[in-house]
Structures are given as structure tokens and as C-alpha cells.
Design a protein around this ligand. Structure first.
Ligand SMILES: Nc1ncnc2c1ncn2[C@@H]1O[C@H](COP(=O)(O)OP(=O)(O)OP(=O)(O)O)[C@@H](O)[C@H]1O
Ligand SMILES: [Mg+2]
Length: 294
């Protein structure tokens, strides 16, 4: 936990030229730095834009049970609509209910194979179907990045490259897609100091900047299992919400409590019960809890 404590302490310091600010100084249209000039992911007219465009394999996604814009109404889409609703209420809460960085959502779980990537992609697709919202889907599973392969996209530079290279802009890594409201940020090459990079001032400043500057954006981070890597615990320092996937009849109470403890730096956690099988019942569930409520 040393690195987490160190990261928490660092977050309070005010060292300041974030890579976003730095990039903003070198580019007259700061909006392009993160998600594109008009926020929709659509092509921008400004000449300096560096994000690329790629086509998501919608048919491939649909065949694996993911929700896509053309899918007929189905149970998965309806269940993610319910999960999305409570996350969005938190993300855009106003006044006293406002949650710092509430529009940054970390998807994690205790162990491998519980449905984090499945949940992160479906949540992103569900939110991208909202008229007024845009989504940035970030692959933060650096050891086992799967988002791009699932979406049928080619790899490229990503989050870890930007965080570790002061000369790189986030916009160089973004992939705009044929789902107009959805932009993807690959994981990037694995760094031998991944945890330290994620806990760095640069990362902290970038996350704060993304959350504040792009208030109509939801940023979803797919991550490794919390019990297997320090990535999710460190990202929990930066995000406003955690969507914690629990695999029905597999995740044990002890694993759940231990893993929830590891991401407890984020005070707003919702549980998504995945892969339940009982006939006629819901396959997913979303429950809200705060910190020690679990
Ligand atoms: N609700 C679901 N319905 C159908 N298939 C599912 C569901 N949840 C997960 N899966 C499938 O289970 C497998 C594991 O899911 P996924 O890759 O999302 O797990 P993960 O938690 O991201 O694993 P890892 O920790 O290895 O990254 C995948 O083949 C995925 O498509
Ligand atoms: Mg995964």
C-alpha cells in the first residue's frame, strides 16, 4: 500500500505543468487535446488534430452478446440501461450531491474473468447511445489489454505512453470511431513502473483536467482485477466512481471485501452482479454503497 499512500500524498501537492496544460499551451484549441474539437468524436476542421479514426466491428460485437446501436431491444441492453442510469445520476449530480471526478468511472472486480471488459464495453456503448453524452473508453489493463481486440480495432499508442512521455499529447493516441459518441484510448505499451506512472502528478493532473474540462463526457476505465494488480487501487485515487463487477456464485465474500477495501480510495462504488443464471431473474444488478458500507 506504500505506493497508494505516496500517490495520495502526491495528489495534494501542486506541482503543475500537467501534460494537458502543456499541450494546451502548444495548441490553440485545447478541446482537441482530449476528445476532439466538438466533443462528439466527429472529424474536426482544425489542422493540428492528430487522433485517428477506425471502424468498430459492430457485427462481431453483436455476435459476442455486446449491445450495439443496431441491436434490437434485448435483456442486456435493458440491464445496462439500469446500471447506466445510477452511474450517470452520480456523474452529473449538482450542488451538494456533486461528486468530484464523478464522470470518471473505474470498472474493476476481484479476480480475472468476472466480466470487467464485458461490462466496460457495454457500459460505454450504452452511454454512447445517449444523445447528449460522449464517452471515452480507456483500456487501463496494461498487462492484458483487450478492449481494442474486442472492438476489432488495431493497436497503437495509448494511456501509458502519454503518461510516461512528456512530449506526447493525449490526442495522438485517441481513436474516434464509427459510433459517433465513442472515442477509445488504448492502454499503450506496458511500462516497468506502471503503478508509479499511474500515481504520478502527471496522471493526477490529466485526470482532473479531463474530468473538469469535459463535463458532458463520461470516461470509463477497464482495469485488471483488484486482487491481482495495483492498477485498480491506484486508479481509484483518481476516479469519482467505481463499478465493481461481482461474478455470481464465484466471487467469495472474502475476495469481495478485500478487493473493495483496495479500491476504497473512491467513495462511490456500485456493484454489478454478473453472470447470474436463475430463470426469469435479472442477470445483472446494481447496488450503491459508500466506503465502509460493505
Ligand atoms: N454477462 C455476460 N454474458 C455473456 N458473456 C459474458 C458476460 N460477462 C462476461 N462474459 C464473457 O466472459 C468472458 C470473460 O469476460 P471479460 O473478459 O469481460 O472478463 P474480465 O473480468 O475482463 O477478465 P480479465 O480479468 O481477464 O480481464 C468473456 O468471454 C466475456 O465475453
Ligand atoms: Mg478484462
Amino acid at each position: 500500500m506504500d505506493i497508494i499512500e505516496k500517490a495520495a500524498a502526491k495528489a495534494e501537492k501542486t506541482e503543475k505543468v500537467s501534460l494537458v496544460e502543456r499541450a494546451a499551451q502548444s495548441d490553440t484549441d485545447a478541446d482537441r487535446l482530449v476528445l476532439g474539437a466538438d466533443g462528439s468524436g466527429a472529424p474536426a476542421s482544425k489542422p493540428k488534430r492528430t487522433s485517428r479514426y477506425a471502424e468498430i466491428d459492430l457485427a462481431g460485437l453483436a455476435s459476442q452478446g455486446y449491445i450495439t446501436p443496431d441491436s434490437p431491444p434485448n435483456t442486456t441492453a435493458e440491464e445496462f440501461r439500469l446500471i447506466k442510469r445510477s452511474l450517470l445520476l452520480n456523474a452529473f449530480a449538482k450542488g451538494e450531491a456533486a461528486i468530484p471526478n464523478g464522470n470518471l468511472i473505474l470498472v474493476t472486480s476481484s479476480r480475472p474473468n468476472e466480466g470487467k471488459t464485458f461490462g466496460a464495453i457495454n457500459l460505454a456503448l450504452s452511454i454512447a447511445s445517449e444523445q447528449d453524452l460522449t464517452v471515452l473508453l480507456v483500456d487501463a489493463d496494461f498487462a492484458k489489454p483487450e478492449i481494442l481486440a474486442k472492438l476489432g480495432l488495431k493497436g497503437g499508442k495509448g494511456l501509458m505512453d502519454v503518461v510516461s512521455d512528456p512530449d506526447m499529447d493525449l490526442s495522438d493516441c485517441l481513436i474516434r470511431t464509427n459510433i459517433p459518441n465513442l472515442t477509445v484510448l488504448p492502454a499503450g505499451r506496458q511500462h516497468n513502473r506502471t503503478t508509479e506512472m499511474l500515481a504520478s502528478d502527471r496522471m493526477e493532473a490529466m485526470m482532473r483536467e479531463i474530468a473538469l474540462r469535459y463535463r458532458d463526457r463520461v470516461v470509463i476505465f477497464d482495469s485488471p482485477p483488484a486482487l491481482a494488480s495495483s492498477v485498480a487501487p491506484v486508479l481509484a485515487l483518481h476516479v469519482g466512481q467505481v463499478l465493481f463487477v461481482v461474478e455470481a456464485e464465484k466471487t467469495t465474500d472474502i475476495q469481495l471485501r478485500e478487493a473493495l477495501g483496495l479500491v476504497s480510495a473512491c467513495e462511490h462504488t456500485s456493484l454489478m452482479l454478473n453472470k447470474t443464471k436463475f430463470a426469469g431473474g435479472k442477470r445483472y444488478g446494481s447496488y450503491y454503497g459508500y466506503g465502509s458500507a460493505y
